[in-house]
Design a protein around this ligand. Structure first.
Ligand code: NAP
Ligand code: ZN
Length: 346
């Protein structure tokens, strides 16, 4: 076993505290990663606060992990000691069902094994990236280009792939008008990708002070979602809307902005389910969809795309002791645009 220092929530809503745990001895196909940076996702908050139910404690959160490989198992092919590597939201899946066969491990019929707040196939709890190191099968480990600033790459492992995947799946491209709702960790990556794919991008925000940033990040236009006139000016005009909001809000306000056959995809997971007004859908044959992170192959494709196009996250670096304050600021929408923990501080 490997002794690891981390930071954990010991019970729902408790502040995070130093916590030591044991990782498995690396198996033949495992790598050991010395974690340099870990992004802070709103899903960490939902799970630490048990907002989705079923949280397991103690919990070491963190699924936007980047660092350097320090050990490789005898059969590891993709990596050698010293390589940069990343880990996202999954560390295992059945590898046997049709979804896994298609590289869509996030939709594994038996359920994927989460990087934290989950139980591995060995029956042991999984612990995430608010820690010094992690042991992961190479199949669930991503290659990271040395071309990009590593600290700004960390958020790509969740915020990046969660927005890249639906934009690709619904074929967002040049000539389309695309909305991104909520300018946080996911939202700001959604803006960068939608712009990079050639769409006309409109950001919907509740924060007046994010307007300039939204334009700098790639939006063509910014709408203050609390302003009814600004909202109705866009009625019936969008091909696609990506909703990244973490708290309960009215989906119908956005459905009514879609044109005929337009699609709203939600990636946000508020504690309370949204209500969808049937008339918002039937009047223009609109659709509502959802999307969960992305498969391993697509995550690698996204990372390679980012390296080629120079796309990274806008981050605010924090020490591990700053994580509780970061949670509070994220809940207030005060994030620019992803907190990233520097694990040297642990
Ligand atoms: P975040 O950085 O905290 O950003 C969320 C943004 O939502 C805020 O910055 C704010 O943007 C907006 N917002 C917050 N409260 C709001 C309210 N009451 N009304 C309207 N807008 C509000 O969160 P994140 O890390 O991007 O995560 C967003 C959501 O996606 C979370 O629910 C998370 O669990 C989920 N998620 C899903 C997946 C998936 O696979 N589907 C993956 C990762 C995360 P403005 O200030 O611009 O209004
Ligand atoms: Zn996440």
């Amino acid at each position: 076993m490997i002794s690891v220092q981390g930071y954990a929530a010991l019970s729902p809503k408790a502040p995070l505290t130093p916590f030591s745990f044991e990782s498995r001895e690396p198996r033949d196909t495992d790598v050991v990663i010395d974690i340099a940076y870990c992004g802070v996702c709103h899903s960490d908050i939902h799970q630490v606060r048990d907002e989705w139910g079923g949280s397991q404690f103690p919990m070491v959160p963190g699924h936007e992990i980047v660092g350097k490989i320090t050990r490789v198992g005898a059969k590891v092919k993709k990596f050698k000691v010293g390589d940069l590597a990343g880990v996202g939201c999954m560390v295992d899946s059945c590898q046997d069902c049709s979804n896994c066969g298609e590289g869509l491990e996030q939709y594994c019929e038996k359920g994927f094994v989460g990087t934290y707040n989950a139980t591995g196939k060995d029956g042991l709890p999984t612990f995430g990236g608010y820690a010094k190191s992690i042991v992961v099968d190479e199949k669930f480990t991503l290659r990271i280009s040395p071309k990009l600033d590593l600290s700004k790459v960390a958020p790509l492992l969740c915020a990046g792939i969660t927005t890249y995947s639906p934009l690709r799946h619904w074929k967002v491209s040049k000539g389309q008008k695309v909305g991104v709702v909520g300018l946080g960790g996911l939202g700001h990556m959604g803006v960068k990708f939608a712009r990079s794919f050639g769409a006309k991008v409109v950001v919907f925000t509740t924060s007046t002070k994010k307007k300039q940033d939204a334009l700098r990040l790639g939006a063509h236009e910014v709408v203050l979602s609390k302003n009814e006139d600004e909202m109705t000016a866009h009625a019936g005009s969008f091909d696609f809307i990506l909703d990244t909001v973490s708290a309960p809000h009215n989906l119908n306000d956005y459905l009514n902005l879609l044109k005929r056959d337009g699609t709203l995809v939600t990636v946000g997971v508020p504690e309370k389910a949204p209500e969808v007004e049937p008339f918002s859908l039937i009047m223009k044959r609109r659709q509502v969809g959802g999307s969960l992170i992305g498969g391993i192959a697509e995550t690698q494709e996204m990372l390679d795309y980012c390296a080629e196009h120079g796309i990274t996250s806008d981050v605010e670096m924090i020490p591990i002791t700053g994580v509780d304050e970061a949670y509070e600021r994220m809940i207030r929408g005060d994030v620019k645009y992803r907190f990233v923990i520097d694990l040297k501080s642990l």
